[in-house]
Design a protein around this ligand. Sequence first.
Ligand SMILES: C[S@@+](CC[C@H](N)C(=O)[O-])C[C@H]1O[C@@H](n2cnc3c(N)ncnc32)[C@H](O)[C@@H]1O
Length: 202
Amino acid sequence: MRNMSDDHTHVQEFFTARAADWDERFPDDEPAYAAAVAELGLRKGDRVLDAGCGTGRALPPLRAAVTASGVVVGADLTPAMLEAAVRAGRDRDGQLLLADVAGLPFRTESLDAVFAAGLIAHLPNPAENLRELARVVRPGGTLALFHPIGRAALAARQGRRITPDDLRAEANLRPLLAESGWDMTSYVDEDDRFLALAVRRA
Ligand SMILES: C[S@@+](CC[C@H](N)C(=O)[O-])C[C@H]1O[C@@H](n2cnc3c(N)ncnc32)[C@H](O)[C@@H]1O
C-alpha cells in the first residue's frame, strides 16, 4: 500500500534525478513563463506563491510583476530542485521554501495569488492540495495552473495517449477546481501552452 511519504519519496527521486539539467532541457521557455505570469493580474506589492517552483523559472517574472515591495515565495518538495534554483541565482527574486503544498506554512487568506507550473499532475491528492492553495489565498485572489506545452504535445513527447480521465482536461479540471474553492475563469490548451486561470471563491 502506498502512503503519503511513498508519494513524496517518488516525487523527490524523480526530480532529484532531473534537477541538475532541468533548465538546460527547456532553454526556450522563459517568454512563455513571463506571458503566463502576466495573466495572473498581479499588482505592485502583491504576495504570490510559486507552488512547486522547481528551479524557480517563474520567480523572475513574478518578482517583476509585484516589484520590490511585493512578496514572492517559491515552495517545493525536492531539495535538489531548490538547490538548482539557488545556483541559478533565483533566490534573488523570491524566498525559497522546502515545503509540501499539502500543508503550507502560511496564514489563511494571506496571499494574493498562486502560480503553479507543471505541478498538479504530480499531486497525490489534487482536490485536497488545491483546497490548501485556496486556504492561503484571499477571496478574489487568483490561481494559474500552467505548463509550457499543451496536453496533446506533452503526451506525444512522452509517447502516451491522453485518456478521458486526464486531470487537466477541461471537463475534469473545472469541477475539481470548483470543489476545491476555485472558480475557473479561463482555459487554454494549445500545443505551446496549457493555462487554466481561476479565482478564489468568497
Ligand atoms: C514539473 S516540475 C515543475 C517545476 C517548475 N514549476 C517549472 O515549471 O520548471 C514539478 C515540481 O513540483 C514539485 N512538487 C511535486 N509535488 C509537490 C508537492 N506536493 N509540494 C511541493 N512541490 C511539489 C517537484 O518537486 C518539482 O520540482
